[in-house]
Design a protein around this ligand. Structure first.
Ligand SMILES: [Ca+2]
Ligand SMILES: [Ca+2]
Ligand SMILES: [Ca+2]
Ligand SMILES: [Ca+2]
Length: 297
């Protein structure tokens, strides 16, 4: 039969003060290390969440823009009452205007793209209240300092589409000679599509954004500074909005929260605007080109 012997350890006198202090020191180091790991994981989780939110906003905004621009000018009975109505720039502040839109055109807002279009969605040949779509960026929640993208249907008072859209750039390709082809210009020996904007607010396209004629719209087309407008090349004759056949869209988003540990230094082109990355904010530029299915070509 096995016998268990229990020895009383007479040397056990508990912990000495030194031992206790060492144990406390070690455990506080461990806790600090654990906390740091947790904290940095938490931060990177928050960053990922911010970036995901930003990308989702951008995708949603682009989806609405694409669908609306494709519908622009939908006019089953060929009344001629529908199409792209306005390409004028608008104020980005939260100033209410009498027509229910924010910030009507003013020369000082050049480069802040906006778009108004119509489509006869109910096939009655008449322009009804829910058949006007307007896009522009402005500080939707007055005073929070972040610029948002609005999509206003009719006279809706709840137009917020995507938050923290820092810039929306729009440029337009057109068929002014009505030969069924987008009009082009000579860029270094090759013909390139003209992407034009209205720079003086008369709602006529007047400027090709490719200043240096290399077929690309970017920083090198600006006069050299950040937060400046691309100078562009004047069109021979201004072009009416009813000759527009395609729309090029730039949406520049930024994260909602500043991240003091992050510093980017990128330069973005958004339509006519050259923009420097905001301090401590991650940004994403989404671009696309949309053919206006209901406007010829
Ligand atoms: Ca209608
Ligand atoms: Ca043409
Ligand atoms: Ca003009
Ligand atoms: Ca260029």
């Amino acid at each position: 039969m096995m016998q268990f012997k229990f020895h009383k350890n007479n040397n056990s006198k508990g912990f000495t003060l030194i031992e206790l202090l060492i144990a406390m020191a070690i455990s506080s180091i461990v806790i600090a290390a654990l906390y740091q790991t947790f904290d940095s994981q938490q931060k990177s989780y928050l960053v990922q969440e911010e970036v995901a939110t930003m990308q989702q906003s951008g995708r949603a905004a682009m989806m609405f823009l694409t669908n609306d621009i494709r519908m622009a000018g939908y006019d089953k009975f060929l009344t001629g009452n529908f199409g792209i109505v306005s390409v004028q720039s608008r104020d980005t502040s939260n100033t209410a205007e009498t027509d229910g839109f924010k910030g009507l055109y003013d020369n000082t807002f050049a480069g802040n793209s906006s778009l108004v279009l119509t489509a006869d969605l109910d096939d009655d040949g008449a322009l009804d209240s829910e058949e006007t779509f307007q896009y522009q960026i402005f500080d939707h929640v007055a005073g929070d300092g972040h610029v948002d993208l609005a999509r206003r249907v009719g006279a809706s008072t709840t137009p917020l589409l995507a938050e923290n859209v820092q810039k929306m750039g729009l440029a337009y390709a057109f068929d002014d000679d009505l030969n069924g082809q987008l009009d082009t210009y000579n860029a270094g020996g090759t013909q390139q599509i003209i992407w034009a904007v209205d720079t003086d607010g008369d709602n006529m396209l007047d400027t090709n954004l490719d200043t240096n004629g290399d077929g690309v719209i970017d920083f090198s087309d600006g006069p050299g500074g950040i937060d400046t407008l691309i100078a562009g090349t004047a069109l021979t004759t201004p072009v009416s909005v009813n000759r527009i056949r395609a729309v090029r869209v730039w949406i520049l988003l930024q994260t909602n929260q500043a991240d003091s540990s992050f510093n980017g230094n990128a330069v973005y082109t958004a339509g006519q605007y050259i923009v420097r990355q905001a301090p401590n904010r991650r940004m994403r530029l989404i671009t696309t080109t949309i053919n206006c299915r209901n406007l010829g070509i």
